[in-house]
Each structure stands twice: as C-alpha cells, then as structure tokens.
Design a protein around this ligand. Sequence first.
Ligand code: HEM
Length: 489
Amino acid sequence: MSHRTTLTTASGIPVADNQNSLTAGPRGPVLLQDFHLIEKLQHFNRERVPERVVHAKGSAAYGTFTVTNDITQYSCAALFHTVGKQTPVFLRFSTVGGEKGSADTERDPRGFAVKFYTEEGNWDLAGNNTPVFFIKDPSKFPDFIHTQKRDPQTNLKSPTMMWDFWSQSPEALHQITTLFSDRGTPDGYRHMHGFGSHTFSFVNAVGERFWVKFHFRSMQGIKNLSVADAVRLAGEDPDYAQRDLFDAIDSKEFPRWRLCVQVMPEVEAESWSKKTGWNPFDLTKVWPYKDYPLIEVGVLELNRNPENYFAEVEQAAFSPANVVPGIGFSPDKMLQGRIFAYHDAHLYRVGTNYQQVPVNKPQCPYHTYQRDGAMRFDGNGGSGPNYEPNRFASAPKQAPAYKEPPLKVSGDADRYDHTVDGDPYTQAGNLFRVLKEDERDRLTSNIAGAMRGVPLDIIQRQLVHFAKADPHYGDAIARKLGVTAPDVQ
Ligand code: HEM
C-alpha cells in the first residue's frame, strides 16, 4: 500500500480539511478557531523578505572549484594547497538595477558572486562581469544607485538622473564604455567572464604579500545579445538567463570558468603607480595584461541546481568581508566600504542569524562567542561558555598563526579628492580604441539611444568626457544625437 503523507500545520498537527474553512453554517461567517486557516494566512503575509537593494534579480547554482595550477608561492590559502584539490562553491549571478521581477536581458552589469566553502571558512568573491566599476569612493554608492532605480515622483527609470550623475562623475567613463558595448547585454550567464574587480591581496606561507586581481574566464566563450534580441526577450522571456542556466545544468551541460589571477608583488605597487600614473587600488582602472599577465589557478564548474529558490538563492548572503587566511583586502576605498555594507545588509534583509541558513553556513566547524538573536537554531553554543578569555581549556581560543603581516599605511586623515587620483580618460579611450569599427558603431549608437531626451546641458557635459577619451568617440555620439561635438583641444 502506498504511504500517503498527512498534511499538518507547521506545529505538526494533522489537518483534516485544507479546502473548506470552518464556518458557522454553510455560508459563513468564518470562525476564529480555524487556526489552520489563520496560520496559513499569517504565514503567507510574511513570505517575503526584502529584495536585495541592488542585484535583486538573480540565479544561482552549486558546483566545484578544482585547482589546476600551483600558486602556493603567492597564497597559503588552504583551498589552493594542492593541484587537483576540490572545494564546493555556490555562485549567484544577477542584474543590478532591476527589481526581483525585472527582465534578465536588460543592459546592466551582471553580478558574479562566488561562495567558496573552504576548510578555513567561507571565501566570498562578490564581483561583476566587468573588471572595473562606475565610481571609486564608497560615499557615492547610494547616490549612484538611486540614479539607476526609479524617479521618486514618476516611478520611472530616468536616463536624465543617470546621465546627470555620470556627467559629473568622469571616473564612470571606463565602466560606461563597457556597459554600452556589446558586453552590456550578455547572452545569459554562461557566456560571460567574471571579475573580482577590486584589488585584493594574497599572503604566502612565509608572510610575503602580493596584490591580486581575480578573473573568471568563461570556457563557453563570450556571447552577447543584439539590442533587438535583448529587447524582444525582455518581453517574451524575461527569465531568459535563469532558464538558460537551470536548463543547461539540468541537462548536464555544466558551465565552467577558468579562474586566473594577476599578481603584483607588494613592493611594486609604488613603482607601477609612478610609471603609469594609476593607483593600483583604483576600482575604475584595470592592470594591463602586458604588465601583469594572467596566471591560471583552477576551474570552477557549476553542476547542481538549487532545490528551492527562496531557501537557497534568495537567502544566500555574500560578503566581501569574508576572506580566508592567505587571501586579504587592499586599501581600495570601495572594497573598504563594501567590507562594512554587506554584513549589515544581510542582518537587515535576512536576519541576525543569517549565517546559519544552510546555503550561508560554513562547511567547516565554526566556533564563535556570538549568542542568541532571532531564529537561533544551531544549538546556540549549548552549555559552553559565552565569553572569552575564560578558564576552559577546550573553549575556542584565538590563533595568532593566522595573523597577516603588517601593512604599512601613511598619510594625514583627510577627505582627499578622488577625482584627481589617476586620469579617467586614458583607459576608457584605450577600450574604445581596441573595439572594431562595427563594435564602436554599436557602442556609440547604444549611448546616443540611451541619451535621447536627456536635457542638453547634461548631454554637453557628458560629451566632453567621451571626446577627452577619444575625439572619434565624442564625435560619433554627437553626430548620432544631432548636436555639435565639443572642442576639447
Ligand atoms: C549586492 C552594496 C559595490 C557586486 C549588494 C548589496 C548591497 C551592496 C547592500 C545587497 C546585499 C544583499 O542584500 O544580499 C554595495 C556597496 C558598494 C557596492 C555599498 C560600494 C561601496 C559593488 C561592486 C561590485 C558589487 C564594486 C562588483 C565588483 C555586488 C554583487 C551583489 C551585490 C555581485 C549581489 C550578491 C548576491 O548575488 O547576493 N551590494 N555594493 N557591489 N553587490 Fe554590491
């Protein structure tokens, strides 16, 4: 005889009838004592957690990271110890500006957030599909994001807000050039690269520090959508990227990325900066490959779909603060801001004990003196002491062996003008110049299209930036907008 599972309340009490409310007479009214109905409605009312304030629309999968090349001369991180070593991962892709129900094919950077469940804790690399970003000081982030969201009155997306902000933030030019290029509308999540974007650090077993940039190279190759296809799919299949990723994994076509690093010895930061005029910790700049070529580290493969979207993807919480021994931060101001912002966001969005949700929980033992809080369900430290130092030999103690080498910092505390640190035009211009003629044509058409209807003073301010990056860049956009190109000589 087949075994039928009995429906119960959340407290395990069998439910006799899940279709008909308990009423006084066949036509009602409903009785308050129908606690199953009440529990059902109350829980339903609380089904949503707030969506992420950015990167709300996303898709994710589990997989494995396998080391293919020995980089132990740069990092002592346990996950890199031996060639062939495997570490479980969870990767969430996303768009940035749209709400949770928005279309996957919108022109936007794509989030590329990886959680490595290492034996020394979770390493989260929450990057994008672009090597640079729009801004380089964290104090500008909330303002920048407001321009990407909806106008406070019309509740519409507003190109005027976007270009008003960008035209007064010349450091955005490099990322704008990427965003409006073909790469701004990737064909799903499998056919794009991922980047840690910031400069991070590596520390090796003898305490030497290196500055490092992380690159995930798509082994499926780069594929982008034409503007026409992106717009069509936004209407026909707004969940295009979610479907593509889920179906590929479901049919065992496992997507893979080659993880590579660019490595700069700590002492070279100053000389490289002198030589190039760029700050190696500036998130709006890349390190040219000719200076720091890619070094392969391993292969990341996604091979398992989540069982439950809300439990695993919506509750997933990544934080740039999560680095493991052998991997560290850098002075990048944006990274420093993010070290604070994410844990704080998770405490608000998911709750005090969000790190205990299975997708966020370390897969190695963890021992903290943090206690209590809403929804504590990991035993809460049991009968062990909840303070430190203490007299209990078996209680968790700090381990000085994990201390990082000291980092020399200097300078007077002040609010330094970030706009004068490194010119915003050369690298944006270089990117424009490496594009083929047809790619430049699409880039400048995309930009002109996105600026249509924006007030002329904003357009003129922004055109100066394009022209300073490359006169052909400025001219082409001006021509397509039917306005005079600025004279920046
Ligand atoms: C998500 C803040 C810059 C990549 C988020 C979230 C916040 C945030 C609050 C939502 C977190 C959540 O609720 O789970 C910031 C701040 C930044 C910044 C304050 C600058 C100071 C960046 C940069 C990148 C980036 C530069 C990429 C290089 C991401 C990604 C997610 C995200 C990928 C989604 C993670 C996921 O899939 O859950 N950011 N962000 N952010 N951010 Fe940022």
